[in-house]
Design a binder for this molecule. Structure first.
Ligand SMILES: NC(=O)c1ccc[n+]([C@@H]2O[C@H](COP(=O)([O-])OP(=O)(O)OC[C@H]3O[C@@H](n4cnc5c(N)ncnc54)[C@H](O)[C@@H]3O)[C@@H](O)[C@H]2O)c1
Length: 312
């Protein structure tokens, strides 16, 4: 067993992936890293400050810690990317290039990079969107993330680096609040519901997007990472998703458990981003190649989210 580096570890996904990997492989084999340190999140874990946009620093951490696999989560998400495209370009694109190039040069065995439904644009078919389709994103997030997918494929075919990746939909979770993605309304709705507050949603009531619950997302990443390379017919663009959800559907599902919950709708600039994305994904290639099979439907997600948020 070697050493796994997780970049962007204090984010929505990293805060759940790090403890999962530590439990599976042992704390001594996992290094959490981020551009910032948040005290108390990973007690007793190995941690390195790391700005992925500095190639020198990426190189130093991989060398000094003898890194063998990387889960590269550091990134700037859709809504923040639209407010600060320079930052999104630098972190998403230069950061990913630095990770791939240093992984190649320093003999890292495997790199896993989550991509996103943000790679799609208005000309992409909206329902059951296949992996191979029209891909013309118009947000800086989408442009940088599709470029990262292609960079990953390039490093695989040109240099033999084992790069893998999946396109995540919106991810629902309770441990860490999402930063500034377009699907964050889902988590915000839960938080308002358990606090007994009404919620004003920034998407339209009937805007459907593919979504999944965090435990399924974490399982999918680790499953893909461990999959037999000979069975992989794709590299960086495996689709994963559990259901197609609109804010109205989620409101209704939460109201079954919180009858007084009330939502109003006031779409802002994020509605325009969401309207460029698919409503549902075709995940059959992931199921076939490495057994993707999500466990949480909408009702299971709602019950588990409410239980955990109330307890916390
Ligand atoms: N959460 C989702 O719903 C979702 C959906 C699709 C794809 N993804 C992808 O998954 C990955 C992780 O997403 P997330 O939701 O955890 O994001 P997040 O925004 O919650 O976390 C990103 C982390 O990256 C860190 N970071 C920012 N700039 C950095 C830099 N220069 N160097 C090192 N770290 C830096 C931030 O401090 C933060 O902790 C991203 O690549 C994102 O595109 C996430």
């Amino acid at each position: 067993m070697g050493t796994i580096l997780v970049t962007g570890a204090f984010g929505q996904i990293g805060t759940e992936l790090v403890p999962f990997l530590e439990k599976k492989f042992g704390k001594e084999h996992v290094i959490a890293s981020d551009i910032r340190n948040v005290e108390g999140v990973f007690p007793g874990s190995r941690f390195r400050m790391l700005d992925v946009s500095s190639r020198k620093d990426v190189s130093a951490v991989i060398r000094e810690e003898d890194v063998t696999s990387i889960f590269h989560l550091a990134g700037i998400l859709s809504a923040t990317g639209e407010k600060n495209p320079d930052l999104a370009f630098s972190v998403n694109l230069n950061g990913t290039y630095n990770i791939l190039a240093e992984a190649r040069d320093l003999g890292v065995e495997k790199v896993l990079i989550p991509s996103t439904i943000g790679v799609f644009g208005t000309s992409t078919p909206k329902k059951g969107t296949p992996v191979e389709t029209v891909i013309r994103p118009s947000t800086m997030y989408g442009i940088t993330k599709i470029s990262c997918e292609l960079l990953g494929e390039y490093f695989h075919s040109k240099f033999g680096l084992d790069v893998r990746g999946l396109r995540f939909p919106g991810i629902i979770s309770y441990r860490t609040a999402p930063t500034a993605g377009t699907t964050d309304y889902s988590v915000e709705m839960f938080l308002h519901a358990i606090r007994g507050n009404p919620y004003s949603c920034y998407l339209k009531k009937d805007t459907g997007l593919p979504m999944m619950y965090m435990p399924d997302a974490i399982n999918a990443m680790v499953q893909l990472c461990e999959a037999d390379s000979a069975r992989l017919t794709r590299r960086t663009d495996y689709h994963v998703s559990a259901y197609s959800l609109t804010p109205g559907m989620l409101e209704e599902a939460i109201r079954k458990h919180v009858p007084d919950f009330h939502v109003t709708y006031a779409p802002d600039f994020r509605e325009a981003i969401a309207e460029q994305w698919p409503e549902s994904l075709d995940c059959s290639i992931s199921s076939r190649d490495w057994g993707f099979s999500p466990k949480y439907g909408i009702e299971e997600t709602v019950i588990d989210m409410l239980e955990n948020l109330r307890r916390d």
